[in-house]
Design a protein around this ligand. Sequence first.
Ligand SMILES: *Cc1c(COP(=O)(O)O)cnc(C)c1O
Length: 467
Amino acid sequence: MKNATQHQMFKEIEEKKIFEQSQAYAFEYLDNIFDRNVYPTEAALANLPKFEEDFPEHSTAPYKILEQLHRYGSPATNATMGGRYFGFVNGSALPIGLAAKTLASFWDQCPAMHVLSPIGSQLESVVEKWLIHLFNLPKESCAGFVSGTSMANLSSLAAARCRILKNNNWDISKKGLYNAPKIRIVTGQHAHSTILKSIGMLGLGQDNIEWVEVDEQGRIIPELMPELDKNTLLILQAGNVNSGSFDDFKTICKKANKANAWVHIDSAFGLWAAAAGPLKYLTEGIELADSWAVDGHKTLNTPYDCGIVLCKDKEAMVEALHMTGSYIIRSEQRDGMLYTPEMSRRARIIELWAIIKYLGKTGIDNLILTMHQRAKQFGEEIGQLKGFQVENDIVFNQVLVRCENDRITETVLANIQKDRVCWLGGAVWHHKKVIRVSVCSWATTEKDISLSVDSFKRALDKSISES
Ligand SMILES: *Cc1c(COP(=O)(O)O)cnc(C)c1O
């Protein structure tokens, strides 16, 4: 006997009407995604309180739920799927990724263990090999598929902590950090805040960081590095979150390798430069590190959420993240949870696999290079406008723009955001306010850049006329 609700749900599966409805909405959403306002309109935002309902006592018809989502939800999204969202370092999603994810949604797999998802496990081991090949990392490296670089950084630093202490005959999992030998942490002044968060979460203490001074692009100055030793955890960066600059890995890693220090590279969006011929020079020497954290959902344009942790020291990685239990079924094949903090997680590998297979080496090269060229175009067009100045070397996908003073920069940024032709945020760069452009979408065309630069110009004109 099925109860009434079960009966209803079996019917939904059988009839598929709700899936057709959601697909129709999705297609409608995509139909104007490249032309619509990038940030939601005031009217769309004003509708958000419609979701402020009391906890539902009774069931709502599925078609009504989807209708509400589409009517009030779709217009209240940022058009990150289009080509003029330059906020944060926020990628778009490639069509094949969305399509593969849609199919995978119906599978609803959890690749914690091989027995839990043979296909998820299979694809994870294939993509692990592909990525090691693509980035030219040490053959023995392993990969964990996590939610983003925040988790990838945390996992890497956990592995480093485990290894450094183990080399001191200290089992971190059992003994904890009380009375443990001290781990030195060395990183650049521009380390991403998720690095600081990880150091805090791992009990290593942010006050213990030995900060290294950076140059005007935000790169560690190698000559100013302290002496390293075998108890040092050195954290470098491929892609400064503001300027997009890369540390000098070759010089720094050679030093670190000699001292037997652990090197981690936070390469959330920058590691992909290793896959783009003319930009490969930026990542020279990355293979000399011990661990790397990278996102799929930024530069590669996988759907959210997709992060990857790569680690040369598989033993330390597994030891730092493993768990046990009488119900755990270890297999001969890959058990994904050995390389991630989570046990259950969605099989994000499906989209990642589909996108890599779709693009191939040449497609990835092309994707990354085009983003770089659009960023250059942005810099060139904005540089020709009176009243704007580009503040960084555009080596990758990031452009930092400034007006005459902080006050004007802030007003202009607010005007651009209100204009909604594009969307981007601000930052502080060497004590000055800047507008931060991150070109991170496969869909950004030359025209998108020009339209956005026009919006910059209008915003400046408006700020002058109003002041
Ligand atoms: C985005 C970013 C992170 C955090 O990655 P999430 O995927 O948002 O968790 C870490 N480091 C750098 C350099 C980043 O750009």
